[in-house]
Design a protein around this ligand. Structure first.
Ligand code: MG
Length: 163
C-alpha cells in the first residue's frame, strides 16, 4: 500500500513596475513586482502545484482559472489553504516541502524565515517542514536579466492514516 507520494511544481512570473513583490505570502520591498491575475505569488503557486501533482489532481489553473474574475488579485495563501483542504479530504497530509526561488534581485535571504513561518501556519506545519532556498540565475537568461522570478518546489505527502 502506498503511504507516501511526491509531487513537483514550477512557476514563473514576469517582473513589472507598479506591482507588489509577494513571495510565500510576504511582501518584499523592491522596485519591481510580479505580474499575474492573482497576487502572482510564484512560490506559493509552485508549492500548490507540487501538492496537487503528488496526488495527480491536476494543476492550480484547473482549480483557480486565470480567466475567472473571482481570483483577480487573490491572496495565494487563501488558495493554498484550499489546496491543503483538498488533499486532506483525500486522506493526505504534507510531510515536507522544499523549494528554490530563482531571482537575480532583491536579496531574499532576510525574508526567508518569515515566508517559512507564514506558509507553515497556513498548512498547519512546523516551519522546519517548509524548506525555501534562494539563488540567482548568475545573470543568465530571462531570470538573470531580471525579467521574471522562477520557482521550483517539491512536496512529499504522507497518508493521514500513517500519522
Ligand atoms: Mg503562477
Amino acid at each position: 500500500m502506498t503511504t507516501i507520494r511526491i509531487g513537483n511544481g514550477y512557476d514563473i512570473h514576469q517582473l513589472s513596475p507598479n506591482r507588489p513583490l509577494i513571495l510565500g505570502g510576504v511582501e518584499i520591498p523592491h522596485s519591481l513586482g510580479l505580474l499575474g491575475h492573482s497576487d502572482a505569488d510564484a512560490l506559493t503557486h509552485a508549492i500548490m502545484d507540487a501538492m496537487l501533482g503528488a496526488l495527480s489532481l491536476g494543476d492550480i489553473g484547473h482549480y483557480f482559472p486565470p480567466t475567472d474574475p473571482q481570483w483577480a488579485g487573490a491572496d495565494s495563501l487563501v488558495l493554498l489553504a484550499k489546496v491543503n483542504q483538498l488533499i486532506q479530504k483525500q486522506g493526505w497530509q504534507v510531510g515536507n516541502i522544499d523549494s528554490v526561488v530563482v531571482a537575480e534581485r532583491p536579496k531574499l535571504k532576510p525574508h526567508i524565515s518569515t515566508m517559512r513561518d507564514r506558509l507553515a501556519a497556513v498548512l498547519g506545519l512546523a516551519p522546519n517542514q517548509v524548506g525555501i532556498k534562494a539563488t540567482t540565475n548568475e545573470k543568465l537568461g530571462p531570470v538573470g536579466r531580471e525579467e521574471g522570478i522562477a520557482v521550483y518546489a517539491v512536496a512529499l505527502l504522507v497518508s493521514s492514516s500513517e500519522l
